[in-house]
Structure formats: C-alpha cells, structure tokens
Design a protein around this ligand. Sequence first.
Ligand code: CA
Length: 228
Amino acid sequence: MASVFLIEDDQAIRQSLVRALSDQGHSVRAVSTAADALRDVMSWDPEIVVLDLGLPDMDGRDVIRMLRAVSQVPVIVATARDDPEEIVRLLDAGADDYVVKPYTAAEMAARIRAMLRRSRTESARPGPLRIGGLEIDPVRREASVDGRPLDLTRLEFDLLAYLAGREGEVVSRRQLLAEVWKQPYGGGDKTIDVHVAWLRRKLGESATEPRYLHTVRGVGVKLVDPTP
Ligand code: CA
C-alpha cells in the first residue's frame, strides 16, 4: 500500500476517492488547490500524486512542471480532455500516466497499483544495454542516443528499455500493455501509439524514416540496431 497525495477541487470526487483508496489500505492526503499541493508535497513526500488538471488557482500543466521541479514522484493526471495532442503535452510536461474524466475509483485504484509495481521493480533490473548508438542504463534510468542524453518520462523510459531488451523482436501492443503498462486486460492502444510517437521524436526519427523504432503494421513495434 502507498502514500497517495490527491489534488482535486471537486469535493464529491475528492471525498469518494479518499474513501475508496483508504478502504484499500492506502494512506491518503487530499488538498483542493495547487497552492496547497505545492506547499505540502515536499513535507508529505508521497509515493504517488493524483492531480486533477482543472484546478481553480493554476493551469494543470504548470502544476506538473512545478511538481517536477521539486520531486520525481510519479504523477497520474485526471483530465477532462481525451485528445492525443493534449495527452502528449501532459506527458511531456512530466506526467507519468493519465485517466480521462469521468473515471471510477476502481480505475484510479488500478492505475495506482500499476504505477507502484513499475516504480518498485526499478531497482531489480540489469546493467546498461547498448544497441547501435543507443545506450540504456536501467538502474540509473538514463538513456542516450549517439552520446546525446535523452530526457524521457517514466513510461517512455520503461517502453524503450522493454523494447531494447527484446532487440529485433516484434512486440505486440497487448504485450506492451501487459508488461510495460501492467494492464493485461487490453484497451489503451492510443496510449501506446502516443508514447511510441513521442519516443521516436526524442530519438530524432519519424514513422516514415525510422531508425531504431519500427512499426510492423497490424502486429506491433520492434527496436532494431540501425548500424549496418
Ligand atoms: Ca476540477
């Protein structure tokens, strides 16, 4: 179980989520403004932050950036907007995962469990991996391409490390959902496509001119060594 910091201005949502997560054994602290959140996050030092993007006192993306400036805590954002561009912006601002409103307490609880599994198994991973100009250190959670450090979100790093650990192997979306997103029951193809697209951009390549990341239509994604 975990310490969860909930930032939500809607009293009904806040109360039901605090109740549901507490019933599951989590230790929950809830605030209703960005100012309170930024004041308390350092002293409370939670394992997970759940952030409503529609707060009365500050833009949601600014809150993510300000949280990121002081903490590497995993952040799950709750957004009312379900368009891929907005989700890319949120992930790029430093969010680790998102849920689209309205969501159920059960869905949020499952997201929190998945996030905890990911963050708690990080330390048990093997040493650096080199594929062509790509270097990935799972322990230090650092990656670079051609000597250029990559600024990756938690999920982007997990996705890259998972694919790199299976060099040349086509990995299906279902497998990625189960193994990287820890969601074995499907859904979320768009989430994967968004992360692959963003990872490509950071690697300096595109879907039309791929180097490392190759989409195999109707099957999945593979990471290959592009050096001849
Ligand atoms: Ca709100």
